[in-house]
Design a protein around this ligand. Structure first.
Ligand SMILES: Cc1cc2nc3c(=O)[nH]c(=O)nc-3n(C[C@H](O)[C@H](O)[C@H](O)COP(=O)(O)OP(=O)(O)OC[C@H]3O[C@@H](n4cnc5c(N)ncnc54)[C@H](O)[C@@H]3O)c2cc1C
Length: 412
């Protein structure tokens, strides 16, 4: 068999039926792969979108079926075998096969790791085991937690990142009393600039959410095994009905690590998404990759889709290097935040302001435009995305001039 025959017809196994795993198998069929494709996922549902789990689905606005990326019939039509509720336990690199929790063995010509990530949890010493303490990663998590969201109850949100803030916004909309604590000096410390954080702090306070920054949880307690109080390291104690924890994630690297693949803040891949074993590739939250002279790992839908497609191209020998184009969004109250680029390392920021709730924040390092946070400004988001992807850096005084049509800057 030639290399090309293997690429077009060899069996492909994808571990993880999430956003990235779905993207790989859909793209493989689009590119003409005719061999067996098996998508193995340890959750019971077919691949689904996670963002609504802390937004519309938690609010009760969206049904479970609407979360599915495709209806179940899609997989039959495309001859993609879905093995749901199945865990891949082990990779045998010598034999090129994986072992599933039900004892079955699947051979592969290429293996794709799209194992995603899992929430960081509070330790037992911190009361993380108590009933009434929730994390948001899966449909099952949100279903379990949603029962607690009743008007008038007191929720403590631990963590002022996007997931914590979104859970706080939903809680407030549903009439709960909400306190959010963040151990860093400010909310969104790791993921957004001071200006964006200030906007969201004020937004939450306007809706009655109590935001406490620089406040660290000591422990949760509950005499009957269910959480009733939260104790802070500064000595304060809050009464709580339940707790939502959003303190970051861990990439799921253990399967790769046990197989001897290189790990570096995620499963280490090259620009073509290959791990240190060229027959094994990785994509999505679990993979770290080279980007502009550094190694990064992105936790976003856009990256999971694009990197999944890049994996399929590599397998089908249709490969270009994966050039990540980071973008992200968050919905809180009636605000849509859309971000393009990575603001990390910016040394200045300017604001293009249409009104109190419609503005964009442009982040620069020197003269280079790094990232734009667009708040209720979808057209600005689209224009700035095209500018950043084209490598254009319009001057700060130009982008803050509301008379300037941002689209025209693409051609200047
Ligand atoms: C509540 C929430 C809100 C979010 N909001 C946004 C947003 O607004 N915008 C945005 O861009 N991103 C958002 N994200 C992030 C985004 O959803 C993730 O970046 C994306 O889902 C990553 O896709 P993935 O396929 O890499 O991982 P996942 O979607 O996590 O899928 C990985 C799957 O693999 C399974 N798995 C792991 N190991 C095994 C194994 N050994 N065997 C079988 N199965 C296995 C996991 O259980 C999981 O089902 C949000 C995430 C969450 C949790």
């Amino acid at each position: 068999m030639t290399n090309e025959t293997i690429e077009k017809s060899g069996p492909i196994v994808i571990v993880g039926a999430g956003q990235a795993g779905f993207s790989v198998c859909a793209k493989l069929r689009d590119l003409g792969h005719i061999g067996p494709i098996t998508l193995v996922g340890n959750e019971p549902q077919p691949p689904y979108q996670r963002p609504p789990l802390s937004k519309g689905y938690l609010l009760g606005d969206i049904t479970e079926e609407r979360l599915f990326l495709r209806p179940p019939a899609f997989y039959d039509q495309r001859a993609i075998e879905l093995r749901l509720g199945a865990q891949v336990e082990e990779i045998d690199r010598q034999r090129q096969s994986v072992l599933l929790s039900d004892g079955s063995v699947l051979p592969y010509s290429h293996l794709v790791l799209a194992t995603g990530s899992r929430p960081r949890v509070l330790s037992r010493d911190q009361g993380g085991h108590l009933e009434g303490v929730y994390y948001v990663r899966s449909i099952a998590d949100t279903k379990k937690m949603a029962r607690e969201f009743k008007a008038g109850r007191q929720v403590l949100v631990v963590g002022g990142g996007y997931i914590g803030l979104e859970a706080a916004a939903v809680s407030s909309k549903l009439g709960l009393r909400v306190t959010l604590i963040e151990s860093a000096p400010r909310i969104l410390q790791r993921v957004a600039s001071v200006q964006t954080a200030s906007f969201f702090r004020q937004l939450h306070r306007n809706h009655g959410v109590e935001i406490c920054e620089g406040v660290e949880l000591a422990m949760l307690t509950g005499p009957g095994g269910r959480v009733t109080q939260a104790h802070m390291k500064d000595g304060r104690t809050f009464d709580v009905d339940f707790v939502v924890v959003g303190i970051g994630i861990h990439p799921n690297v253990e399967l790769a690590q046990a197989a001897g693949l290189e790990i570096d803040n995620g499963i280490r891949v090259d620009v073509q998404c290959r791990t240190s074993d060229p027959t094994i590739l990785a994509a999505g939250d679990c993979a770290s990759f080279p980007w502009k002279g550094q190694r990064i790992r992105l936790e976003s839908v856009g990256n999971a889709i694009d990197q999944g497609e890049a994996v399929a191209k590599t397998i089908m020998l249709a490969s270009e290097s994966y050039a990540a184009k980071p973008w992200f969004w968050s919905d809180q109250f009636d605000i849509k935040l859309q971000i393009v680029g990575l603001a990390v390392g910016h040394d200045s920021a300017v604001i293009r302001k249409l009104s109190e709730n419609a503005l964009s924040i442009w982040h620069y390092r020197g003269d280079e435009l790094l990232a734009v946070d667009a708040i209720n400004q979808p057209a600005v988001f689209m224009a700035s995305k095209r500018l950043i992807e084209a490598g254009k850096s319009p001057a700060a005084e130009v982008v803050t001039d509301l008379d300037v049509d941002l689209k025209s800057l693409l051609h200047s």
